[in-house]
Design a protein around this ligand. Structure first.
Ligand code: SAM
Length: 232
């Protein structure tokens, strides 16, 4: 069987590229993410009652990598990038139907102009097409005693330090969002490097909220070197 699916809404997020996006939701709770519903789904009736739920499941398409195919075995970053598991034992983006599933916090629903959901902590690229929204039902879905396979608990966090130059870059940008410094800390603490990379001399860059955040990592400490903000 083949199916045709409709995009019901589009994600707007501070993540302008894949690199640096946390590998699961809730790891960077400062990320303000919105889901703007599209016609004909952007009518308040479609979300009536949803405001009573604190969290929602989003089904979406890994649209940026959807055409890159898939393999039966993948190398999860949590296993160091070498050990392989089956694609269906992983949350890898390269999978047969390029479908993603994220549990995110629902902060508010705005129905003044169409329907926009205010979300927190989503692990989604800006522009991600969403196929469905479902409320999270704790008594059915919360399983605190469940086994987590190779993903046993949250990943270790790196310490993050800022060079004065980076703080000054943000201070000089009149449009700095209030949440951006915390988001930079949260994103970098996740260690965005590919699993096999450990080069203290290397300078990395992440596109975040239209800024280029430049940093290096040595001895499990991230140093924020500079932040190139958008030209006025
Ligand atoms: N929570 C979801 C799941 O389990 O299906 C996504 C997990 S996946 C490992 C998370 C990664 O997907 C992010 O770190 C980011 O690199 C990537 N990603 C997020 N949005 C994407 C998109 N629209 N297209 C391609 N990759 C995306």
């Amino acid at each position: 069987m083949r199916f045709e699916l409709d995009t019901i809404g589009v994600i707007h997020s501070p993540y302008q590229e894949k690199f640096g996006i946390p590998r699961q939701p809730a790891l960077a709770p400062s990320a303000p993410v919105t889901l703007q519903l599209l016609p004909p789904y952007n009518q308040p009736d479609c979300v009536r009652g949803l405001e009573a739920f604190s969290h929602v499941w989003l089904s979406f398409v890994f649209h940026e990598t959807a055409t890159r195919g898939w393999q039966p075995l993948v190398r999860p970053p949590r296993l160091g990038g070498n050990a392989k598991v089956g694609v269906f034992a992983s949350r890898a983006t390269h999978r047969p139907n390029a479908l993603g599933l994220s549990l995110v916090e629902l902060k508010a629903i705005d129905t003044t102009d169409g329907v926009t959901l205010q979300l927190a902590g989503a692990d989604l690229l800006d522009g991600t097409p969403v196929l469905d929204i479902k409320p999270y039902i704790p008594f059915v879905e919360a399983k605190p005693d469940a086994r987590g396979g190779f993903v046993d608990g949250p990943p270790p966090q790196l310490a993050v330090q800022w060079q004065e130059r980076a703080r000054a870059d943000l201070a000089a940008w009149p449009d700095t969002p209030s949440w951006l410094p915390a988001l930079i800390d949260e994103v970098l603490a996740q260690d965005p490097r590919p699993a096999y990379q450990d080069d203290p001399a290397r300078v990395y860059g992440i596109r975040l909220a239209h800024c280029d955040v430049r940093f290096s990592i040595a001895a499990n400490v991230v140093t924020v070197l500079e932040i190139v903000t958008p030209a006025p």
